[in-house]
Ligand binder design. Structure first.
Ligand code: ADP
Ligand code: ZN
Length: 669
């Protein structure tokens, strides 16, 4: 379309669209999806054209001219549609989504090659030859057939399949079929499951057709992947994290979302606070592509979608290497303590079990969802607990580094036993983290190799890979780890898993706590005894009567009851939840602004909300926080009401915010 004006999008948060004049020489060349150079602030930068029009925009100031066209490449209608959908659904600006997609600046891609067709057909034949797969079992073949049918019928498939049942084999088979039709495949995994193990396995099958994409890659490497996809010189399978949704797909045939229940699909900060799984469903719809979700422990959201007929559910109930099922045991640490059967953090029964496995040259994994040596220290004379200067939270003790450290900000101080309040040498650790567990295991099993896998020890990708490959190769006997260790790894000789102080899985005031705890238990159980040995899992708890443990012992997942409870109390997936967080260093200012929001919400049509309420840690990085929890009916016109709330609050921030910042988190986890 010819026109004299254009709206441009830049990778920055702007709540209004920026209009520019198209100078006559460029008229007709600037279209929706073009990249252009234009003055922005005091620089000339690349922007994305979202609209071209004729009537002069309703703007008092000077309308600047577009400087030039930036490259002849074009962003597709589908990419723009995805950006616009995400901004609307996740309550942010399109500029913020663009920033999530391209970073701080748009790099302009070269034009498409014209000889694409020829190359594709040549490569497709190559693809067919270089990909090899094993023979599927009857159960796998059935599931594969269901997936194929659903892909044709545009119905999302949920594969509920125990760990080791061959979900990955099925994904690969489906991907192979897409590639041989000249279509690309997006294979999504959560943060941590992007392991060398999976990459190696896919490389073996897909060779150079495999492209890996994640945010830890260098900008140049990412650019290369982006260009290769935009040019679509050959169909590829892209293995990536949630950020790979923004790649410039052209012929996208299938999206696989593995471990779909995983929380690390959700971006917590900054906006857009999107869930990679849910956004993948929209991306598939935009492209008319198939989508397959898989998990041993599907999210309640996906189970609900199966019940309501939106998804098609298929199950894989047998492990491929048919090991016996994992046996489970719950140990009451209070009772053990009364009997004098606790040794440090472990019950004697647990220590015996570990010893037996080690003697047979098998491996043990010890899980604890707190890193550090201990989550807090306290003075035994005056009771004082050292807190962070910037956050309302106790400091964690890291023994090896001899520091007290905040897990919410960078604040850290040297540790010594002198209490700053009373001056006496009274500071003692309270509670245990992974570092203390590691220390005790070294003491109990001096001849064994103990390693630790948590955010601290895996801060570098190299260390992370080394810890994993050492454990996989059997060089490590006992691995102590946090949540990170529960996902996507296959360790042949791992036969025993121990959860220490398991109850902290429930300590948050989170309505999803039971769901998450059950998922974790089942995922951990799935990691043990994968090949020819039976696995065993021990849960050490002070609350053995917790329904989740009872269900787990009986081999139930309790999700039907959980779903019923969510329905009764009006929680997701039966309603849509939006968290609105207001922050500012001054508590009064946060409270004052929240008063205004509380008055406005009903005017905007919000009937059901709670707040303002402080989160469990009410001051983080020197800012006070108050939250609103807005409940929206699933069947109301939630796009409109979300846009109203977003626009309303953004304009309040400009008029009366006095510096407060507001974050929107739709479908919070
Ligand atoms: P999941 O993804 O469900 O955890 P995998 O696909 O990783 O399961 O399968 C578990 C193990 O079984 C892998 O080592 C895989 O190679 C093997 N496996 C599964 N199905 C087959 C098959 N049909 N032929 C050969 N090996 C298989
Ligand atoms: Zn802090």
């Amino acid at each position: 379309m010819r026109g004299s004006y254009a709206n441009l999008l830049f990778p920055v948060k702007l709540t209004f669209e920026l209009s520019y004049r198209i100078p006559p020489p460029l008229e007709g060349k600037v279209i929706r999806g073009s990249h252009v150079l234009a003055p922005f602030g005091n620089k000339v930068v690349t922007g994305l054209v979202t609209k071209v029009f004729d009537t002069p925009p309703d703007f008092q100031g000077l309308i600047k001219d577009i400087t030039d066209i930036a490259g002849t490449g074009r962003v597709s209608e589908k990419e723009i549609a995805f950006i616009e959908w995400m901004a609307q659904y996740y309550m942010c600006t399109p500029g913020e989504v663009l920033k999530a997609a391209v970073g701080n600046s748009i790099d302009v891609t070269p034009p498409k090659r014209s000889n694409r067709k020829k190359e594709t057909s040549k490569l497709v034949n190559e693809t067919k030859n270089c990909i090899k797969t094993g023979r599927l079992t009857r159960e796998q073949t059935y599931v594969l057939d269901c997936c194929r049918k659903n892909i044709k019928a545009n119905i999302p498939t949920l594969i509920k399949g125990v760990t080791g049942s061959g979900k990955t084999e099925i994904y690969m088979e489906l991907a192979k079929e897409q590639l041989s039709q000249g279509k690309s495949v997006l294979y999504m995994v959560p943060e941590i499951a992007l392991s060398k193990q999976l990459t190696d396995r896919l490389t073996e099958h897909f060779g150079r057709h495999l492209l890996v994409f994640h945010s830890k890659m260098t900008p140049a490497a990412r650019k290369k992947v982006r260009e290769s996809i935009r040019n679509h010189q050959e169909p590829s399978i892209i293995l990536g994290l949630r950020s790979s949704l923004f790649l410039p797909f052209d012929e996208l045939g299938l999206i696989v979302v593995d471990e779909e229940h995983d929380n690390s699909y959700k971006q917590s900060d900054p906006a857009p606070r999107y869930n990679g799984r849910d956004a993948a469903l929209m991306l598939a719809r935009i492209h008319g592509a198939g989508i397959v979700l898989g998990s041993a422990t599907p999210s309640l959201e996906s189970i609900y979608n199966c019940h309501s007929g939106r998804f098609s559910l298929v199950e894989l109930n047998h492990k491929y290497h048919s090991a016996g099922t994992t046996t489970t045991e719950v140990i009451d640490t209070i009772r053990e303590g009364q009997k004098g059967s606790m040794e440090g953090l472990f019950s004697r029964r647990t220590l015996d079990a570990i010893g037996q496995r080690l003697q047979k040259n098998e491996q043990v994994l010890v899980f604890r969802n707190r890193r550090s040596y201990s989550p807090l220290v306290q003075c035994m004379y005056c009771g004082d607990i050292p807190y962070c200067n910037n956050c309302n939270v106790s400091l964690n003790y890291h023994k090896k580094r001899s520091i007290l450290k905040c897990h919410y900000c960078e604040y850290a101080i040297r540790y010594n036993t002198i209490c700053t309040k009373c001056g006496r040498p009274g500071l003692k650790e309270r509670g245990c983290g992974t570092e203390m567990i590691e220390e005790q295991l070294r003491m109990f099993f001096p001849g064994s190799k103990v390693a630790r896998f948590d955010a601290e020890t895996t801060s570098s990708k190299v260390n992370e890979e080394k810890l994993l490959s050492d454990f996989a190769a059997g060089n490590t006997d006992i691995l102590v780890g946090t949540q990170m260790i529960s996902k996507g790894f296959d360790f042949g000789r791992l036969t025993l898993i121990v959860l220490v102080q398991a109850d902290s899985m429930f300590s948050s005031d989170d309505f999803r706590a039971s769901e998450k705890a059950m998922q974790l238990l089942v995922q951990l159980a799935g990691r043990s005894g994968r090949r020819d040995t039976r696995g065993h899992i021990i849960v050490q708890t002070a609350r053995p009567d917790n329904q989740v443990y009872i269900d787990f012992l009986e081999g139930e997942d309790g999700m039907a009851r959980e779903l019923q409870e969510r329905k009764e109390f009006g929680y997701p997936p039966f309603v849509r939840l939006v968290r609105i967080s207001v922050k500012h260093p001054s508590k009064e200012r946060v409270e004052g602004f929240c008063d205004i929001i509380a008055r406005k919400l009903p005017e905007w049509g919000v009937i059901d909300f709670t707040g303002p309420v402080p989160p469990p840690v009410e001051r983080v990085k020197r800012e006070y926080i108050l939250n609103f929890w807005v409940k929206l009916k699933r069947n109301t016109d939630s796009p409109t009401i979300k846009s109203t709330i977003f626009a309303g609050i953004e304009s309040l921030v400009r008029e009366a915010g006095r510096g407060v910042s507001v974050g929107f988190d739709p479908d919070p986890l």
